[in-house]
Design a protein around this ligand. Structure first.
Ligand code: ZN
Length: 320
């Protein structure tokens, strides 16, 4: 395995752990730093849809569409609102009508997200190239309240999620406030982990694992069997997040026992991927479909300790 440049080369291993755990968004905002990701380049794949009018309900229908709807309504005798309703339900096209915006410079939270995403890109480019494959980077969309996605309307209440149809991770940064205040997980690691887990789903998508699982779930025609497969898919995304964690500090563990549990418990309390399950008609309690916290910690640690995706075969594991 090729040694990879650590994104935190100026920190010793213990320091990385302390920096990651003790970092706090409020402190960071006050001081303008607080975290030392200086050497990590920010990903160029962050799309900022916060408050830009690209959300659901406003700015999604262009003037051309409006004219067409009015003309078609007149000609066909159909209420233009009905046509507009149909037109604006094509969520991805309305999002594509507006060129993607980059986050403004000086936005600390967006910069943090972009650096963590950049760190996952470094990791997964390396893992894929070791296997003779090429990694396609996902986009990450920052939004507030609601936004169109190729998987339907994304809403904050869903928590962060990945949409395989457009290969984008969606995050409303209000989630981090919940993580900090409601779930008492202020650590930077918890925030970075959320991104790494969603990127894990992207990796599963690229590797064809998600498709196989969804096909198997449909074949099973059985809620319990489908849920059991969901658990394995989620635990694998946790393990992939661990692989990122390992490679982000390729020399050693960046976390101490207890820190991982705290971060994962917090993340699993809100959960993700509700959108995907909703589109499949499988709405089930998050705790059930993500596995127990103990299982999540175990699989995260397998990735974290090995840095090897072959250790993440949750589908062959006799016990989770
Ligand atoms: Zn997930």
């Amino acid at each position: 395995m090729l040694p990879l440049p650590a994104p935190f080369p100026h920190l010793r291993r213990g320091e990385v752990a302390r920096t990651l755990i003790s970092w706090n968004i409020d402190t960071a905002l006050r001081k303008g730093s607080g975290m030392r990701l200086d050497d990590q380049s920010a990903s160029q794949n962050v799309e900022d849809r916060r408050g830009g009018g690209a959300g659901i309900g406003r700015g999604t229908v262009g003037i051309g569409t409006l004219v067409i709807a009015l003309v078609a309504g007149y000609v066909l005798g159909v209420d233009p609102a009905v046509i507009l309703g149909l037109a604006s339900s094509g969520a991805p096209s309305s999002a594509a009508a507006r060129p993607p915006q980059k986050p403004p410079a000086g936005d600390d939270m967006a910069t943090f997200v972009a650096k963590v995403l950049g760190s996952t890109e470094t990791t997964w480019h390396a893992v894929f190239s070791e296997a003779g494959r090429r990694y396609q980077e996902p986009k990450l969309v920052l939004f507030t309240a609601a936004t169109p996605t190729a998987c339907g309307t994304g809403r904050s209440a869903m928590g962060p999620f990945y949409c395989p149809a457009d290969q984008k991770v969606y995050i409303d940064l209000a989630f981090y406030r919940d993580l900090r205040e409601r779930f008492k997980a202020p650590g930077e690691f918890a925030q970075a982990y959320v991104i790494a887990h969603e990127v894990g789903h992207h990796v599963q998508n690229l590797l064809g694992i998600s498709d196989k699982v969804h096909a198997a779930q449909q074949r099973s025609g059985n809620r319990a069997a489908a849920n059991a497969l969901s658990v394995r898919l989620e635990l694998q995304a946790d393990c992939f997040a661990g692989v990122w964690g390992h490679r982000a500090d390729s020399r050693s563990r960046i976390l101490e026992p207890g820190d991982v549990e705290q971060a994962l418990n917090a993340a699993s309390a809100i959960g993700d991927d509700r959108l995907q399950r909703q589109t499949q008609g499988q709405i089930v309690p998050e705790s059930f479909t993500h596995g127990t916290s103990e299982q999540r910690v175990r699989w995260f640690k397998r990735g974290m300790e090995s840095g090897d995706i072959r250790q993440c075969d949750t589908f062959s594991a006799a016990t989770l």
